[in-house]
Design a protein around this ligand. Structure first.
Ligand code: ZN
Ligand code: ZN
Length: 130
């Protein structure tokens, strides 16, 4: 069994540990950490040419998509609500087969983006702190 957040074997996973970034990340959005279990290891191998293509697509549309998301959901981090240093984040990372399409993107602050890394966490459904 593998952890659906970090992709490690369950006995090696530290996502639920009190000091874990993942736990804090989810707590910020008022979510409990609950391990996502996967039977088989996640498929990591996305060919480099696909990654390049998806990164190039993102760059081409970056400003346009950023503006769209900012006007739809407000100019703030979908996880913690911060309004500064925002970046476009792939909900399903390119490295895990996610595509550069508006429906696979969310606005995150640089810090949340760093913690999220290659996790597949959709923050768009998180309730924003008012
Ligand atoms: Zn984990
Ligand atoms: Zn944030």
């Amino acid at each position: 069994m593998y952890c659906g957040y970090c992709g490690r074997l369950i006995r090696r996973c530290a996502c639920g540990a009190p000091e874990s970034d993942i736990r804090r990340f989810l707590a910020r959005a008022g979510r409990q950490y609950a391990p996502l279990l996967q039977q088989s290891p996640p498929k990591w191998a996305v060919p480099p040419q696909i990654k390049r293509r998806e990164r190039a697509t993102l760059q081409r549309h970056y400003r346009e998509w950023f503006r769209r998301l900012a006007s739809d959901g407000g100019e703030r981090c979908a996880n913690c609500g911060a309004g500064e240093k925002l970046v476009l984040d792939h909900v399903i990372p390119i490295a895990k087969g996610g595509l550069s399409q508006l429906k696979n993107l969310q606005l995150l602050c640089a810090e949340c983006n760093r913690i999220k890394g290659k996790l597949m966490i959709d923050c768009r459904e998180f309730k924003q702190p008012e």
